[in-house]
Design a protein around this ligand. Structure first.
Ligand code: IPM
Ligand code: MG
Length: 352
């Protein structure tokens, strides 16, 4: 089990340390860790946010465990040197086109949600976000118009094969859940979205057992806070998925609780090669203070065991340990509690 460990910036190293304690406790047979620098720290040490060596380690591994990247000190660098390019580069260069972001209510956290408890209790959804295309990876630039005004531009596009493969991922995910899929787009305005919708409809023919509906992204944002229980699986493009997944996290109560898996086509001995990361960022305001909630990172490690190593039982044990710690009131500052990063790790380990 070759696991690349890229802790990154800000709170990344602190939360990664707790995830590694959890993995160690499972005594995984033959686990080997390949560490690598990514993000701002990599820029400072090697002059690039995604050094060649890191990429080699990623390619040589069965799974990548990723903390977070981003550093306010790097915000003024040229775009290709900014920390965020590490995550975008890994996603595209490793062909990780399918980003799975589950959002489920944890028992006992209903009052932490920004929604009314009786509405929050219903949340059990999976966002399937396309990760290799859209306006994220289109051509972009700045120019000066004839009238002297500066203009920034970013090209949004999706090719049908890109839509088809993520649609298949989403339909299959829905088959393993409640068999309901909502495709989110902006087909009333964008050509990109019209093609998206057409291809999703074509793909649906292969999945007669899944109920498909379509929603414009503005409406989806509204329904997500009005009636999140109506959603089972949501499939959407890169930009809309980025936004809706942050929104879903607050409905659950804290962005410190949401994990993600980024998967491609490459198969490993026991599953699919993937990269696993919390959906939150580096939280520079609390970095190094032992205040970060490591649960999203720990839950990302659980997703790794399930998807890349065929260890669904270990994954379920970790998830149960986290849920039990939360139910017992082990809450970090993100949930209005006092538990430190280390104490949250301790609480999960005890239950494991
Ligand atoms: C995410 C993040 C990234 C994204 C950033 C850090 C580039 O917000 O994983 O959701 O926009 O995809
Ligand atoms: Mg995001």
């Amino acid at each position: 089990m070759k696991i690349a460990i890229f802790a990154g910036d800000g709170i990344g190293p602190e939360i990664m340390a707790q995830a590694l304690r959890v993995l160690d406790a499972l005594r995984l047979p033959g686990a080997v860790y390949l560490e690598g620098d990514v993000g701002g720290i990599a820029y400072k040490r090697h002059g690039h946010p995604l050094p060649e060596e890191t990429l080699i380690n990623a390619r040589g591994s069965d799974a990548v465990l990723f903390g977070a990247v981003g550093d306010p000190e790097c915000d003024n660098l040229e775009r290709h040197l900014r920390p965020e390019q590490a995550i975008l580069g890994l996603r595209s260069q490793l062909g990780l086109f399918a980003n799975l972001r589950p959002a489920t209510m944890f028992a006992g956290l209903e009052d932490m949600s920004s929604l009314k408890p009786e509405i929050a209790r219903q949340i059990d959804l999976l966002i399937v976000r396309e990760l290799n295309g859209d306006v994220y990876f289109g051509e972009k630039g700045t120019r000066t118009r004839d009238d002297g005004q500066r203009e920034g531009w970013d090209m949004m596009s999706y090719a049908e094969d890109e839509v088809r493969r993520i649609a298949h991922t989403a339909f299959r995910a829905a088959q393993g859940r409640q068999k309901r899929l909502t495709s989110v787009d902006k087909a009333n305005v964008l050509e990109t979205s019209q093609l998206w919708r057409d291809v999703v409809v074509e793909t649906a023919a292969d999945y007669p057992d899944v109920a498909l509906d379509h929603m414009y992204v503005d409406n989806a944002a509204m329904q997500l806070v009005r009636d999140p229980g109506r959603f089972d699986v949501i499939v959407t493009g890169n930009l809309f998925g980025d936004i809706l997944s942050d929104q879903a996290s607050m409905c659950v109560g804290s962005i410190g609780l949401l994990a993600s898996a980024s998967l491609g086509e490459r198969q490993t001995a026991h599953g699919t090669f993937g990269m696993y990361e919390p959906i939150h960022g580096t939280a520079p305001d609390i970095a190094g203070q032992g205040k970060a909630n490591p649960m999203a990172m720990i839950l990302s490690a659980a997703m790794m065991l399930r998807h890349s190593f065929g260890r669904g039982e270990d994954a379920a044990r970790i998830e149960a340990a986290v849920a039990s710690a939360l139910a017992a009131g082990v809450h970090g500052a993100d949930l209005g509690g006092r538990a430190s990063t280390q104490e949250i790790g301790d609480a999960v380990l005890e239950r494991l």
